[in-house]
Design a protein around this ligand. Sequence first.
Ligand code: SF4
Ligand code: SF4
Length: 373
Amino acid sequence: MKTQVSLIRCLSYQPDLVRESVKRGLSLLGGISAFIKPKSKVLVKPNLLMAKQPEYAITTHPEVVRAVLRLLKEINCKIIVGDGPSVWGYQAENSDNVYDLTGIKKVCLEEEVELVKFEKRRWHGKFPLTTWIDECDHIVNVPKFKTHGLTILTAALKNLFGLISGTYKTELHKNYFKPEDFAKAIVDIYEKAKPDLTIVDGIVALEGDGPATAGKIRPTGLLLAGADCVALDSVLTMIMGLKPLDILVTKEAVARGLGIADIDNISILGDHLKTFMDKPFILPTTSIQQKMISPIIMKFVKKLIRYYPAVEMSNCIKCQTCVKACPTKAIRLIKKGIVFDYSKCIACFCCQELCPASAIKTKKSLFAKMIGL
Ligand code: SF4
Ligand code: SF4
């Protein structure tokens, strides 16, 4: 049998429109109770990467979260909302500030729903995940559709990285900085904490050097729902203008038999996929290395094709977030500004992801430029 997802056109965050669209998407799949048991305890996990307002399109829009909360309330669930925002060095970003600026705190207050922090953790295999997943019967994943320097796409599967409690994210970036290793880590988390339902906020997405301030806003006007995170990410990958298996996280999940990436085996209910595929996404600069080069050529030239962070001092506000975020301590602030020690840099791009001022750009090695990457 084909795996089912629903794809709904929704052109704005006008609250009634979002609620109607989310409801329509889930009705096509049998309604919310086809996924979530009435009266159960549910963890709702949006993407709350950093303290930025919803219009930056870095975090899940609060109206999408509200629509999900309303449906869960209709079936009398006990709801908890939370996320593990980004980490600077060994200090988690101030969750109160993140919850405030992203609009999630306001929505939770208005909907009388508990908003929690991911402070306590329990080890699940190699990863310390929030204990809230042990305390809840279901996880409802509400990711944002964005590009990502390390994984190309961040949506259904990558959003689960936020289940990692607090400061361990820095360790993970340090130990799993190669895209193929990071992909395995994400899929390990998916195996341990599989959401029962995922609703992707793609009403306004990010393209280019996402997933944060260096990305470009891209209105895509869509909501996508289903239980199979692999299928959901595969549909989004097609909308970006790529093939599902171009995404290493998807490829790894398929290799482990965790979902369907073959678009012919995904039944897309609602609006037609082709109507969302008008213009390919601008991809992150670093993604070209993963997508374009065949593994055989890659083996020989990999060391020569490199990407580095570089600062645009006119944008830099000298907040030092990048200095704290760097897992290998490759960044310093001196009188002239931010400097990088490239001999220590592992190209994880945590600095770019966390820079609040879009001041960190991607620089290519000479060889990458010479071969036109
Ligand atoms: S580059 Fe970005 S994160 Fe680093 S100091 Fe400047 S503004 Fe802050
Ligand atoms: S300087 Fe290099 S190692 Fe440090 S955060 Fe940036 S990309 Fe990662």
